[in-house]
Design a binder for this molecule. Sequence first.
Ligand code: HEM
Ligand code: HEM
Length: 347
Amino acid sequence: MTFHRGLHRFAVLTAFSTFLLIIAGGLVTSTGSGLSVPDWPNTYGRFMFAYPIDDMVGGIFYEHSHRMIASVVGFLTVILTIWVWRREQRRWVKNLTLLALLSVILQGVLGGITVLYLLPTAVSVAHATLAQTFFVLVSSIALVTSRWWIERPSPAPGTASPGQASLTTLAAGASLMVWVQLVLGAVMRHTASGLAVPDFPLAYGSLFPSLSPQALQHYTETLIRDDIRIAADGPVAAGQIFIHLLHRYWGIFTGAVLCWTAVRSMRSPGRVPRLGGLGSIMAVLTLLQVSLGAATVLLRKPVEVATAHVALGAFLLVVSVLTALHAYRLSGHRGFVPATLAREGVS
Ligand code: HEM
Ligand code: HEM
């Protein structure tokens, strides 16, 4: 397998475009524009690419531009898949692009279904989750087609560092925790639980607030008094508070594990600059992400802050997965290394 600059750059472009798409999607939800365009695949009865730019106003701007950017990403993924299938020798890389292609198709269909069925929670949550999972897939393709991944010699048999292997496990575990956290975040966003607890770091003045009917009545009155809820919304549900707290506490625990992973990456055996860089980025992003989560609550979900929290969450997920993949590659596992280089076994 030889490094192909054009292919790698194209994979990076696809990953970057996906990040922009996640921001655009986050804006659709944060601005409540999900049903501004009620039909799909058309836009107000017109072929979507023929929809006049002048008519893209208000929520239509967010929803329609999200669909347009999604089409571009879908198109880029098709080209990436064809390109990889023509040039790649590694079967698993080919399969990875196929998985990415299937994901982007399913994602488009989920987007359409969520509109046609008026944003059912399960479909919106699945759409939010698959978006970030797809971002992980294309970012991983960008990494495994890079010069670093392909041309870096593998450690000779028996000389691989156990430190890299344990860092792989740690970073993979942290990635899984961030993924669970994003599912909890998506459930929170699509069940309107983001402000079910209006204070931070405490929750209604305590760490684990009571969920008794009297307490829920009192919380509802507090939310109405603070203009977070209107009486017509009905009482806040125990489930909303529960999911909010689960995301909050799992987020803080995940944040601690990410900080530990970041320190381990920075001190990785041989002080590999790439792992050090990823570790620093992970540490900064983690602190920023937890602060943005708190700010989302305390500032009452401003569109920019909530969307930045979604986007940074996606970025953090990718950084942790890429860290795990870097550590895996450095630990010298043969399965993912081109056979010719693995045979050379140079450290
Ligand atoms: C590559 C394809 C796509 C990706 C990666 C993607 C990504 C996203 C993301 C990240 C969100 C925000 C979720 C959240 O904040 O919880 C979102 C929301 C949304 N997307 Fe997509 N999307 C894609 C395609 C589509 C398509 C084709 C449609 C067609 C209608 C669509 C319709 C929507 C709608 C309606 C929402 C708002 C859902 C809600 O507020 O409940 N998406 N998308
Ligand atoms: C590592 C830590 C964290 C990560 C990775 C993370 C990630 C996310 C993600 C990805 C979403 C949106 C999911 C989606 O719809 O696509 C979300 C939503 C949310 N997160 Fe976090 N989060 C973290 C910590 C926190 C903390 C500590 C808080 C503090 C309360 C918090 C508060 C929120 C809120 C309020 C929402 C919903 C926003 C809305 O309804 O618009 N997050 N989180």
